[in-house]
Design a protein around this ligand. Structure first.
Ligand code: FES
Length: 366
């Protein structure tokens, strides 16, 4: 008995792979990234305005707006031509990254995909965030990095498959010759099922979104775009001068007849006033910069115009009948003054002088 107690105990061996506590430490972050990206993808697919070429909250409008400020403006200019395809790629890409991160399935590939999406959003949209840490994309880019570097966690599908194959090794200390191939094929099968569920789920969410959108009205931010002005007027001042059109004779006295008094319209016609609904808004290109602007008509006959580019990170603003709203992070602006009514934006919008003229057009003054 004494011998047994005195006998030295075998040293406790640590399990192979990362320590359990450090292994579980990243699980909450992985869950957050996965849920957030899956939700973002599904939200885009469900939106009736996301793929609309004219909606202010649409991917096409966001690309148009970003093309004026982004360091990859040239790329965005090309991509704009295929905004719907890229919009779908982004939405399904986010969904795939989200599912991969939630399950821990092909975690490194999902993390690299998440980094690529975050980097593209950073370059396209939040490049000018000031200070830089207020932009979320740079934070997402950093948050994905550990998962692109670290080995598979035991709390993941990747880790579970690897562990099971390790237990089946004929020689526990050496991998079986076909272990890597079997691991790939097993995770490929699971990825196929997860992809099919993702595709079906994404399609169902998109269909439901359109069903609800078509019965419940257009999603917020679906502003129209102004049509070209009637009898387009060249840039600069336009003058309708008083002109003599003939003469009438009254009681032997010849009196020249003229058109109505001269009207001077300084500025550039940007579209038809009748295209802007009362209580609604419409986009147009700012004649001075080419950037997207928005004109609203809060009450019949009164027009106000501002830049439609959110000063936070450059998303295109919509109008809810009272304020200009940003679909990205919820900032609100006063369309009359451009003032910030609600953050996170801090800088006001540039306002434009606009007025309607008798010819039915809206003119932006220089
Ligand atoms: S882009 Fe962030 S609030 Fe508008």
């Amino acid at each position: 008995m004494t011998d047994a107690l005195d006998r030295p105990r075998p040293a406790r061996t640590r399990p192979a792979g990362p320590d359990r506590r450090s292994d579980i430490a990243l699980v909450p972050l992985r869950a957050f990234l996965g849920i957030t990206y899956a939700f973002a993808g599904l939200q885009k697919l469900a939106s009736t305005s996301y793929l609309s070429p004219t909606a202010t909250a649409g991917v096409a409008a966001q690309m148009r707006a970003a093309a004026h400020t982004s360091p990859i403006a040239g790329v965005l200019g090309t991509v704009q031509q295929h905004a719907t395809v890229f919009g779908l790629l982004i939405a399904f890409g986010e969904l795939a990254v989200g599912i991969g991160m939630i399950l821990g399935l092909w975690t490194r590939a999902a993390a690299v995909g998440g980094m690529a999406l975050a980097l593209s959003f950073l370059l396209a949209v939040s490049w000018h965030s000031n200070p830089y840490y207020l932009g979320p994309d740079i934070v997402f880019l950093a948050a994905f990095t550990p998962f692109a570097i670290a080995p598979p966690s035991r709390w993941s599908v990747d880790g579970a498959v690897a562990r099971r194959l390790r237990l089946e090794r004929p020689n526990p200390s050496a991998p079986a010759p076909d272990e890597a191939r079997r691991r790939f094929l097993e995770t490929l099968t699971i990825a196929g099922w997860a992809g099919a569920v993702g595709l079906l789920g994404g399609g169902a969410v998109a269909a439901m979104g359109r069903l609800v959108g078509s019965t419940g009205g257009q999603a917020a931010g679906g502003a129209i775009r102004l049509h070209p002005p009637v009898a387009a007027v060249p840039n600069g001042s336009t003058t309708t001068a008083a002109t003599t059109t003939g003469a009438t004779t009254t009681g032997g006295t010849e009196t020249p007849s003229t058109t109505p008094p001269a009207t001077t319209i300084p500025g550039t016609a940007v579209g038809r006033a009748s295209d802007v609904p009362v209580g609604g808004g419409a986009q147009f290109a700012d004649p001075a910069t080419g950037a997207t602007a928005i004109v609203v008509q809060p009450t019949a006959g009164s027009f106000e115009a501002c830049s439609a580019i959110c000063t936070h990170e450059g998303c295109t603003l919509g109008y809810n009948g009272a304020v200009l709203q940003c679909p990205c992070h919820g900032a609100e602006f006063d369309p009359a003054t451009g003032a910030v009514l609600q953050g996170p934006a801090e800088q006001p919008l540039a306002t434009l002088k606009i007025r309607s003229a008798a010819d039915g057009n809206l003119y932006v003054e220089a």
